[in-house]
Design a protein around this ligand. Structure first.
Ligand code: IPE
Ligand code: IPE
Ligand code: MG
Length: 260
């Protein structure tokens, strides 16, 4: 099984064109909005607003290419430390996009989920998020996860607390805890394993994104700034993923044998 998901272009067993096993779950660190705006002599928030169009493009691309799950890093638990003005524009933008896009996502068969510590958000915003999640809950063309006030360490600590609570309540014993059980308590529990993590904006770091989930994800870094990201750049990342050999600790020969 490991080999089956590991590699590049694979021909099907039946006669026909070669089919490519692409990534099922892709996550993107949407970075570079501020620099994009500043390069144009504008204020940073201009870049955040422009970045919304790239979000539309990646959702479209994911739907069209059969990606099952797309997780976008919109606001990190550390981003609160930015100037108040920038944080408030980002919150406003989140609100506006939720208002304008929820119905469209629903119409397009997209299931929306917001992951992160929502306790820090305004209760009206949380209400809107829950409503949009509920409305789209029956859709299965694509799961779109928006990570907001998300931190990878928070996710792990939160899962640990939930597991500890179950042990405390006697619903589970220490021996029952393994990686699969723990995973069920992370914010990506219901999703396929993370296959590909893309970061735009030129930095080569994870910035406290999906730490647990990145264990065997393929990483792809591009200098393209988020507002310039589009379907073509996304395709380049997927093409790169598709020619990598994912070994999961095995040897290349083992993978070749398993997939031949
Ligand atoms: C990413 O772009 C968006 C958020 C973090 C909300 P940045 O705002 O980090 O843009 P740069 O990295 O400063 O250019
Ligand atoms: C990561 O980008 C967070 C998001 C894209 C939402 P940052 O711009 O906050 O990351 P650092 O500070 O450069 O590591
Ligand atoms: Mg940045």
């Amino acid at each position: 099984m490991i080999g089956k998901r590991s590699n590049a272009a694979k021909t099907t067993d039946t006669v026909g064109p070669a089919s490519v096993v692409g990534p099922k779950h892709v996550a993107i660190i949407m970075d570079g909005n501020g620099r994009w705006a500043q390069k144009k002599g504008k204020i940073r928030t201009f870049g955040h607003k422009a970045g919304v169009e790239s979000v539309r493009a990646v959702v479209r691309f994911a739907r069209q290419t059969g990606i099952e799950s797309l997780t976008l890093f919109a606001f990190s638990s550390e981003n609160w430390k930015r100037p108040e003005e920038e944080v408030s524009v980002l919150m406003e933008l989140f609100n506006l996009v939720l208002n304008s896009e929820a119905k469209r996502l629903h119409k397009n068969g997209v299931r929306l989920k917001v992951i992160g510590d929502l306790s820090a958000f305004d209760s009206k915003l949380v209400g809107k998020i829950r409503k949009a999640e509920e409305m789209t809950s029956g859709n299965n063309d694509l799961v779109l996860n928006i990570a907001a006030n998300y931190g990878g360490r928070w996710d792990i600590v939160n899962a640990a607390k939930e597991v500890a609570e179950k042990v405390k309540q006697g619903e589970m014993s220490l021996q029952d805890i393994d990686e699969a059980v723990f995973n069920q308590h992370t914010s990506t529990a219901s999703l396929p394993e993370l296959d590909l993590l893309i970061r735009t904006g030129g930095e080569h770091r994870i910035s406290n994104f999906l730490l647990w989930q990145c264990a065997y994800a393929e990483l792809y870094f591009t200098d393209v700034l988020w507002p310039d990201f589009n379907e073509d750049v996304f395709q380049l990342a997927v093409d790169d993923f598709n020619v990598r050999q994912r070994r999961f600790g095995l040897t290349g020969e083992q993978i070749d044998t398993a997939s031949s």
